[in-house]
Design a protein around this ligand. Structure first.
Ligand code: X5A
Ligand code: ZN
Length: 628
């Protein structure tokens, strides 16, 4: 389906012309190094090159006032002194004779990306732009931003393509107040932002950026702010917010299009963010969003001021967009106390708006979150600012292998493991063994087998993976799971609609739910899986499941973020109809959307919260509240 890359060198042709310490970090090199890194790694060549265009006045007026546009239009003709004076009207931004031209291209780049995605030319894409956009407001420039690229893109998509619901994920380390203000009373655009806040001490120092600002009027609940009150946040903190806040709400919202304010000042080494999440995390964040909205995702560059971590993060984002498996996650110890406080506050503030959060722990609004300190130092030491160079990764040439009967057509994008023996039963086992071997040698990425007895097939796979950590995810009402090794070499999560055994040990987790499966996948399965960090994911499906085809496809998609993408799916014969949809997700096609009706019921969410709570002592990534 393809990934668009929108870029034009023209956007490097403006810079700060006078002394202003607040603006020195916003340089043309930000764009050149990012683009050069994409070229050097071969990623750019794998994308669909997509030209920029100049946004029209009408495009810009979707978000900005006529007066502001007319004022900016005059800047190309101003003298240096005029430009300096004009700049003084706004905060932390600079003007240059060529910035108006570049700002029109930056908006146009975002719109070209939306066009490419919405017309089906590509599945997703990224626009590398300057100036950034998310701080600019209806009548004001701010924080290096002139026009609000992403806010305009959202309105444009709604107007031109009748897109109903747009999800905007702002992972830049600053609060995109411009985006928030553009949609604060609009329930058709869900705006999510995390940002360095430090109890309103950090720029732009707005009361509007706190967790209790949730939107206005009809838009109440459709603004989600996650303030970071400490610096030094790590991969675990970011993942925890995705698992426990963003993803459950995103699945409930059911967007038709996902836009990302892709700022990388939230990565380690950035002088603005001072956070400690590694560039690898962006491969995961991207992957986790890639199956929403039928895969329609547009990432638009915002901030990012450490040229090394910026360019690495851009590469990892594009790598995921292209469908490469994310690298194995590193150092997931669980979120810090300060992050947990923020998570708890956000979930509590939103519990009345989202079914998936209705059983979040209630926090009295007066309980201002100042008491608890993050573990360790509040300062980030120099030693913590070193991170490993992302692995040079080569995706396996072959993607999906299938062990299926000869009378079944091999699904598109798969290749069949040939049968070596005439005896059907023996042949399936030997083919399955061959498949597991090829997965272990990284000759294939993932695989799928249709088997007569899932339980025996699982035992067979365990037999061939004695040294590996296997995450077994079982879906359906199996009575007999094989005798599971309880040595920590497998973690089993079993989804069933019937009541199951009580958890026998830390490594066997039964989940009994009627509905709300996506919520369980996001806030239970993902944290467990990430923390377990398996070498192989074994996903099994037997009849008698309540998980519909789109939920199943989402699960197949999400789990490919683990184990370097090594997922083996075992389907029991009665569920033959799932072979095609499974193969499609394994070979990288976007999963279908579960639809807004899959919202969970109160009972399910309560059961889920209870289960999570019980497991938190063993699995820190499941935590959603601080120690009170
Ligand atoms: C897009 C962006 C940051 C502005 C910081 C001003 N702007 N102190 O990251
Ligand atoms: Zn920023």
């Amino acid at each position: 389906m393809g990934t668009a890359l929108v870029f034009d060198e023209e956007m490097t042709r403006y810079k700060l012309l006078w002394f202003d310490p607040a603006c020195v970090i916003e340089t043309p090199e930000r764009l050149t190094v990012s683009h050069e890194a994409l070229v050097r790694t071969g990623l750019a060549a794998r994308c669909v090159p997509t030209p920029v265009r100049e946004a029209s006045d009408d495009d810009i007026l979707l978000v900005h006032s006529k007066e502001y546009l007319e004022a900016v239009k005059k800047t190309p003709y101003m003298t240096l002194d005029d430009l300096k004076e004009f700049t003084l009207n706004y905060g932390d931004v600079y003007f240059h004779p060529n910035i108006y031209h570049c700002a029109k291209l930056a908006v146009g780049a975002a719109l070209q990306l939306v066009d490419a995605v919405m017309t089906g030319k590509v599945r997703n894409g990224m626009a590398l732009v300057r100036p950034p956009g998310h701080h600019s407001m209806r009548s004001a420039a701010s924080g290096f931003c002139v026009f609000n690229n992403v806010a305009i893109a959202a309105k444009y998509a709604q107007q031109k393509y009748a897109v109903q619901r747009v999800l905007i994920v702002d992972w830049d380390i600053h609060h995109g107040q411009g985006v928030q203000y553009a949609f604060e009373d609009d329930p058709s655009v869900l705006y999510f932002s995390w940002h360095r806040y430090e109890h309103q001490e950090f720029w732009p120092k707005l009361r509007d950026s706190d967790y209790d600002c949730v939107g206005k009027d009809k838009g109440a609940g459709f603004t989600i702010n996650v303030p970071w009150n400490k610096i030094g946040m790590q991969n675990s903190d970011y993942l925890a917010v995705f698992c426990h806040v963003l993803l459950p709400v995103a699945y409930e919202f059911c967007p038709d299009l996902v836009l990302v304010c892709a700022g990388f000042d939230s990565a380690i080494g950035d002088p603005e963010g001072e956070m400690c999440a590694t560039p690898d995390i962006f491969a995961h964040l991207t992957h986790l969003l890639m199956n929403l909205a039928g895969g329609k995702l547009c990432a638009v560059l915002e901030g990012g001021y450490n040229l090394t971590s910026l360019s690495q993060s851009v590469c990892l984002t594009v790598q995921s967009l292209l469908g490469d498996p994310p690298p194995r996650p590193t150092d997931l110890q669980g979120p810090c106390q300060s992050a947990l406080e923020s998570i708890q506050c956000v979930r509590s503030a939103h519990r009345k708006y989202w079914s998936c959060l209705q059983h979040a722990v209630q926090r009295p609004p007066s309980d201002v979150s100042t008491k608890l300190e993050a573990h360790g130092e509040a300062r980030v030491s120099k030693a913590d600012l070193v991170w490993p160079q992302p692995a040079r990764h080569l995706p396996p040439a072959l993607c999906t292998a299938a062990v299926i009967p000869e009378d079944l057509l091999c699904p598109l994008g798969c290749f069949r493991i040939p049968r070596e023996q005439r005896d059907v039963a023996v042949s399936t086992w030997s083919s399955l063994a061959a498949l597991v071997g090829r997965l272990q040698r990284n000759e294939i990425r993932n695989g799928l087998a249709l088997v007569s007895d899932v339980s025996m097939a699982m035992a067979h796979v365990f037999g061939h993976t004695p040294k590996q950590r296997v995450l077994a995810v079982c879906v359906g009402d199996t009575e007999a799971l094989p005798g599971l090794p309880e040595d920590g070499k497998t973690l089993t999560v079993h989804f069933s609609k019937e009541a199951l055994d009580k958890p026998r040990c830390k490594y066997y987790i039964p989940v009994c739910l009627k509905k709300g499966l996506m919520q369980a996948a996001c806030s239970l399965l993902l944290p467990l899986s990430y923390q377990y960090d398996p070498d192989l994911v074994l996903l099994t499906r037997v009849p008698g499941s309540h998980m519909d085809q789109s939920e199943w496809q989402q699960l197949v998609g999400l789990l490919q973020g683990l184990a370097g993408g090594h997922v083996l799916v075992l389907i029991q014969e009665g569920e033959k109809a799932l072979v095609g949809p499974t193969a499609s997700s394994l070979s990288g096609s976007p999963a279908s959307s579960p639809g807004p009706l899959s919202a969970p019921g109160a009972e399910d969410i309560e059961a889920l919260e209870r289960l999570k709570y019980r497991l938190t002592t063993d699995w820190k990534l499941l935590q959603t509240s601080g120690e009170c």
